[in-house]
Design a protein around this ligand. Structure first.
Ligand SMILES: Cc1cc2nc3c(=O)[nH]c(=O)nc-3n(C[C@H](O)[C@H](O)[C@H](O)COP(=O)(O)O)c2cc1C
Length: 309
């Protein structure tokens, strides 16, 4: 699929996951075939104030290509300024978050709250589009709740405002992350616009991704939670990973982390990632206990090298 001028080599995309989709994990997913990776959501205010933690979240490397940066905010002017600042950074696409259900974000009128203020959402998209030469995409949900399923209309608004592609998470704000995603809405969104549509929600395997494209007509699929501890999900025939596959992926992940992050400071995050490689497999809980018991990155890496294949 193509997003504006950017050609994706694979329509399977890694979803933005705050707290998880840092550069080492994104790069790992690209090595396993992900056609596009997206940063964690980045505050437009943090960017315009040049706050160091925000700037760090823009870190990428030439091997991560294509790379999308996701912005969130509720003020069109500041979102436009943030898009202009991004012109100086290596990134291929700017995504706008209009689907985050978290109360702190909603209270400020950002994230999924923008689905209830579509005129404001349109102004934000236009400002971002007018302040960048990169394609702009929008990620949103089915609607606010089951009485307000507004995604097809919202999608048309986003296309009219200049979006180059759309991602629809097939849940409402009121669903949060629970219940089953209703893929029917993806088909309706696809029918309502002429730009590429990426479907998202409850893809648990590569085959699920193919099924979503076949059932809804969407051109791409975005995988979130199921990619954690399972970067091979972006490849065909990845349904039954062996222990060796898991250890090889984690070992590569642990190789990438110190190349791009301070491994001492991100030990907690690293253990959280590492434990996920062994969820739901026989003997997995013993392996996870060893991972969580590690008191340093070196110890964790040493432990992993002793796991029996
Ligand atoms: C821990 C976590 C963090 C997330 N962070 C973001 C984010 O920063 N931006 C965003 O648009 N969506 C975020 N999401 C939503 C995911 O991108 C995705 O839409 C959702 O998890 C549904 O896809 P899945 O069923 O494949 O996980 C997050 C979800 C989770 C579970």
């Amino acid at each position: 699929m193509r997003i504006g001028s950017i050609q994706l080599r694979n329509p399977f995309i890694l979803a933005p996951l705050a707290g998880y989709t840092d550069l080492p994990f994104r790069l790992l997913c690209q090595e396993y075939g992900a056609g596009l990776t997206v940063s964690e959501m980045i505050s437009c205010h943090g960017l315009t104030y040049c706050q160091p933690p925000t700037i760090q979240m823009l870190a990428t490397t030439p091997a991560e290509q294509p790379f999308s940066v996701q912005l969130f905010g509720a003020e069109p002017g500041i979102m436009g300024d943030a898009a202009a600042i991004l012109s100086d950074y290596h990134l291929d696409i700017i995504d706008i978050n209009m689907g985050c259900p978290v109360r702190k974000v909603i209270k400020k009128g950002a994230g999924c709250a923008l689905m209830r203020t579509p005129e404001l959402a349109a102004q934000i998209i236009r400002q971002v589009v007018n302040n960048t030469d990169r394609p702009v995409t929008v990620k949103f949900r089915s609607g606010w709740n089951h009485q307000e399923i507004s995604a097809p209309r919202f999608a048309q608004m986003a296309e009219d405002a200049g979006a180059a592609a759309l991602t629809i998470h097939a849940r409402t704000w009121s669903d949060g992350f629970s219940g089953q995603a209703d893929w029917q809405i993806i088909r309706k969104v696809k029918k309502s616009v002429n730009i590429p549509v990426i479907g998202n929600g409850d893809i648990h395997s590569y085959e699920d991704g193919l099924r979503m494209m076949a059932e809804t007509g969407c051109q791409g699929v975005m995988i979130g939670r199921a990619a954690l501890g399972a970067p091979w999900i972006f490849q065909p025939q990845s349904a039954s990973p062996t222990l060796a596959t898991r250890i090889a992926a984690l070992s590569r992940h642990l190789e990438l982390i110190p190349q791009f992050m301070d491994s001492k400071r991100c030990l907690g995050r690293t253990k959280n990632h590492a434990g996920r490689y062994f969820k739901g497999i026989p003997g997995g809980s013993i392996i996870r206990q060893k991972i969580y018991a590690a008191t340093s990155f070196q110890e964790l890496r040493g432990q992993v090298s002793t796991f029996d294949i």
